[in-house]
Ligand binder design. Structure first.
Ligand SMILES: O=C(O)CCCC[C@@H]1SC[C@@H]2NC(=O)N[C@@H]21
Length: 246
């Protein structure tokens, strides 16, 4: 799979955060652009957390013009997760042990291998930044992540497979372009189906911690809006934003 038509690419030796760089570049971009950084000094994670980013790990952001409603923009989270899962399977040579955790973490052997941070950049045209971090060579210590969160893992120690950030970008950019085209043409349905086929803990009991409450229930599905659907003895909950604990 070669580099996809219509997508730009920049490779930076160092930047504060590829998502911050995406926001700076967005006003001057006419089409989608991948920004890969070999080092980040101020990488950010979801919910205002820092992202630990040792050199050799993958750090990139896809910034794209997107004049769409926020609900639809948010579904790119699943497009990115499915693309990342499949790109990792391609570079590893197998999808064994890979799974997706709602909404967009990639797990390997049950540990967190990769995270995705979506940011809507607004501005006159409207841009979306999809920031992707993958622990290719090293994972943060358990003490550096939230108590109760899935333990971080890294690809190299876990599988013996050494992949460069550039090689992963190649696999990811090609795969993303395919899923993005599918999303544009057919909508969320095929992406949702692909996501569910790669889901961790589907049909099992999980806990979702939202800003207001904690819900423990059976992970039934992801609905047409991308919500996590949990069934408890009392009700069926469609959850738009939460941290999920196994
Ligand atoms: O918290 C998460 O799970 C999401 C982590 C996203 C990290 C990536 S690394 C590349 C991009 N630039 C950032 O500052 N963050 C994202």
């Amino acid at each position: 799979m070669g580099w996809p038509d219509g997508y730009g690419r920049r490779v930076l030796a160092e930047v504060d955060s590829t998502n911050a760089e995406a926001a700076r570049l967005a006003p001057g971009l006419a089409g989608p652009e991948w920004i890969l950084a070999l080092r980040q000094s101020a990488a950010r994670g979801r919910r205002g957390r820092a992202w630990v980013n040792p050199e050799g790990n993958f750090a990139a952001t896809l910034v794209m013009p997107a004049r769409e409603a926020p609900d639809r923009l948010a579904l790119r989270s699943f497009v990115a997760a499915v693309s990342l899962h499949d790109a990792l399977a391609r570079v590893i040579g197998s999808d064994a042990g890979l799974a997706l955790k709602w909404p967009n973490d990639v797990l390997l052997h049950g540990g967190k291998l990769a995270g995705i941070l979506l940011e809507s950049l607004g501005g006159p045209g409207g841009h979306l930044a999809i920031g992707i971090g993958v622990n290719l060579v090293a994972a943060p210590d358990r003490g550096q992540v939230e108590p109760g969160a899935v333990a971080p893992v890294a690809l190299w120690p876990e599988t013996g497979v050494r992949v460069t950030p550039e090689a992963l970008l190649m696999a990811l950019a090609g795969g993303y372009a395919g899923f993005e085209a599918q999303f544009t043409t057919y909508g969320f349905d095929p992406i949702r189906t692909a996501w569910l086929a790669r889901a961790a803990r589907l049909g099992e009991v999980v806990t979702a911690r939202t800003a207001r409450e904690e819900i423990t229930g059976t992970f039934e599905t992801v609905d047409a809006g991308g919500n996590l659907v949990l069934k408890t003895p009392q009700a069926r909950h469609a959850i738009a934003a939460a941290d999920v604990f196994f």
